[in-house]
Design a protein around this ligand. Sequence first.
Ligand SMILES: Nc1ncnc2c1ncn2[C@@H]1O[C@H](COP(=O)(O)OP(=O)(O)OP(=O)(O)O)[C@@H](O)[C@H]1O
Ligand SMILES: [Mg+2]
Length: 259
Amino acid sequence: MGIVISIANQKGGVGKTTTAINLASSLANLRNKILLVDLDYQANATSCMGVDRGAVHKSIFDVFKREATFQDILIKSNHRNVDVLPAKTMVEGVEEVIIADSNRDFILHDIIQVIKDNYDYILIDCPPSLGYITTNALVASDGVIIPVQCEFLAMDGLTQLLNTIRTVQNKKKVNKEDLTIYGVLLTMLDKRVTSGFQIVNEIKTYFKEKVFKTIIPRNITCSNATFYGMPVTQFSPRCKSSVSYKKLAKEVVSRREQR
Ligand SMILES: Nc1ncnc2c1ncn2[C@@H]1O[C@H](COP(=O)(O)OP(=O)(O)OP(=O)(O)O)[C@@H](O)[C@H]1O
Ligand SMILES: [Mg+2]
C-alpha cells in the first residue's frame, strides 16, 4: 500500500523541491515505485525530473480545475521508477476555482486515493504558501516532511504551519484518517557557520525525535544540479548532499517500517 508524504513549509527556499526530487530519486534507487506530485507554479520538480516543461500542456492545476483527469497528465520521468503529475508555470485562477468547489479540501485526496496503491511512495512538493493548494496536499497525505533551513529565523512561521497541520488533522478525522509529522529535516547546514549548529539544537529541542538524524549539508554541487535541472543524486552521486539524501531515504524507509 502506498504512503503519501507532503514536503511542506510555507517559507520559501528552504529545500522543499530539492528534498522532493532527491528523495524521489533515492527511494526509486532502493527499488520503490514513486509518484512525484508537483504543486508549485515554478514547476521546478517537474523539470528537475527531466520533464520538458514546454511539453506539458495540461498539468495538475487543470486537474484541480476539473479540466483534465490525472490519467491525462501522468507522465514517466527520465528516472527509472519515478512517474510525475506535473505542474505548469503561468497558470492562473486555480485557488479561485478550488474555493468554489464544494469538495475544496479533498480534491487531491480523492485523486490520490485512486492511484495510491500503484506506488510505494507518493511525494508531494508543496508551494511556499499555506493556501488551498497546500491544504489539499496535506489532506491527501499520511505524513508531512518539514524541511527547515539551518539559518537565522529558521523557526519563523513554523507555528503557523503546525496550526495548519492541526486543522488538517481535524478535517481528516471525518474519514478516520490521520496526518502525522513524518519528520523534520534540517537542510543546508554550513559547518563553517556556528549559528547553524544553534539552529540544529533549537529545532531538536522543539521537535525531539521527529527530527531526522540525517542533516543535509550546504553543498555547491547541490545548487549546480538544480541549474542543470536534475536531482543531485543523479548529477553527482558521490557528493556530500547526494550521500545525505541517500541516507535520508533509508531513514524514511525505516520510519515507515516502525509506523
Ligand atoms: N543542500 C543544499 N546545498 C546548497 N544549495 C541548496 C541545497 N538545497 C537546496 N539548495 C538550493 O537552494 C535553493 C532553494 O532550494 P529549493 O528550490 O529546493 O527550495 P524550496 O523550498 O523548494 O523553494 P520554494 O519555496 O521557492 O519552492 C535552490 O537554488 C537550491 O538549488
Ligand atoms: Mg520549491
